[in-house]
Design a protein around this ligand. Structure first.
Ligand SMILES: Cc1ncc(COP(=O)(O)O)c(C=O)c1O
Ligand code: FES
Length: 394
């Protein structure tokens, strides 16, 4: 295969060899069903307990507050639907933001069809929700605030501590989709007053198809997947033992390396951003300039199409994204970029590059040189650019 510079770590990450190694015996040797009674299956059960503890510790939570799911989407669906059902006698109003992942937005739409009312908060030009608007939106029948920890497209980190404080003062439950943030930034559920939190293994160099929902003790929730008594009767289904073990290992690594990784990624990110902003004209940065995930870069190049840019980058072995994984391939501009106020044509010219600590400066240099060449080429073919230049020359 040609060279590969993988800069789409918000879509998914490489499973680390240490993680795979930890998982392997749970396929080949210790394959017992954790619910069985014999000693052999106890090995699987013990492995799950260990991973649960590692994850709980990473959040400052208790082990019995972590419920494994088949990923971030399931955790989001569960948090919203089960809370809505469990608290509908109190009220039928939910607050979220316009820039959530579709796992939250589409679940909100589903609940609207079932008689719930949802307020979608605006964000500012950096993608940050406005706390005053949040306060105004809370009503006596509001049962849940669900705001993502960090945005998957533009990397902006939301004021989670403040949101948690507001939710607590007003007696409303607070769920956060931390799929992009967990393992990347420090999170403590008590300090931030988080009642429920979703996370996913494959965004932190763990396996795909495994995630969890944290549910604070005392919160009413319903079983989301009905069947056997796994996950303390709240989520039926034989546990994905290798996945859980791998997730636990990925969390252990992410937590122990967090400071170092944030530093490495931030250095690379700033280097890449600065070079691009200095060397490619008519470009802007989407998302908060500083208060963003250490590995997220999102550019808008005027006069060009993000999709064409992606295809040409791919020909040079560079993997990026023009929105979130599932919307690229669609012609609609991203709802996140529209929500931060970008006009359609500029939203279409956006490119997301999400790094990993293993990337290097040399790779960033290659990416910048490739981007310069491609953006030049695409602009030279763009009627919009031609028009603009003609006007400038007048
Ligand atoms: C913010 C956010 N929420 C939820 C998800 C869904 O997670 P999963 O792919 O594990 O279902 C993603 C992944 O794209 C995400 O970025
Ligand atoms: S589900 Fe990911 S963008 Fe639609």
């Amino acid at each position: 295969m040609k060279q590969l510079i993988y800069l789409d770590n918000a879509a998914t990450t490489k499973t680390r060899p240490e993680v795979v190694e930890t998982m392997l015996p749970y396929f080949t040797e210790f394959y017992g069903n954790p619910s069985s009674v014999y000693e052999f299956s106890g090995i699987s059960k013990k492995a799950i307990t260990g991973a649960r503890e590692t994850i709980a510790n990473a959040l400052g939570a208790k082990s019995n507050e972590i419920y494994f799911t088949a990923g971030g989407s399931e955790a989001d669906n569960w948090a919203l639907i089960a809370t809505a059902e469990a608290y509908e006698t109190k009220g039928k109003h939910i607050i979220t933001s316009k820039i959530e992942h579709h796992a939250v937005l589409h679940t909100c739409e589903y609940l609207e069809k079932r008689g719930f009312e949802v307020t979608y908060l605006d964000v500012d030009e950096n993608g940050v929700i406005k706390l005053e608007e949040l306060k105004k939106a809370i009503r006596p029948d509001t049962i849940l605030i669900t705001i993502m920890f960090a945005n998957n497209e533009i990397g902006t980190i939301e004021p989670i501590k403040e949101i948690g404080q507001i939710a607590k003062e007003r007696g409303v439950l607070f769920h956060t989709d931390a799929v992009q943030a967990f393992g990347h930034v420090p999170i403590n559920v008590d300090e931030y007053n988080i009642d429920m939190l979703s996370a996913s293994g494959h965004k932190i160099n763990g396996p795909k198809g495994i995630g969890f929902l944290y549910i604070r003790t005392g919160i009413k929730s319903r079983s989301f997947v009905h069947g056997g008594g796994q996950e303390r009767k709240r989520r039926a289904g034989t546990e994905n033992v290798p996945g859980i073990v791998g997730f636990g290992k990925a969390v252990e690594l992410a937590i122990s390396e967090m400071d170092e990784r944030i530093q490495k990624e931030t250095d690379l990110r700033e280097y890449l951003m600065n070079r691009v902003m200095d060397e490619i004209p008519y470009t802007r940065i989407n998302g908060h300039r500083k208060n963003r995930l250490s590995n997220n870069v999102n550019f808008a190049f005027q006069f060009i199409e993000g999709e064409s840019l992606l295809i040409m980058l791919d020909m040079k072995g560079i993997c990026g994204s023009s929105g979130s994984a599932c919307t690229s391939g669609s012609l609609d501009p991203s709802h996140v970029l529209l929500a931060i106020g970008l006009p359609h044509e500029i939203a279409h010219g956006s490119l997301r590059l999400t790094l990993d600590q293993v990337n290097t400066r040399e790779e960033m240099d290659y990416v910048v040189e490739s981007m310069k060449e491609i953006v030049d080429k695409l602009r030279s073919m763009s009627p919009l650019y031609e028009d603009y230049m003609r006007h400038q020359a007048k």
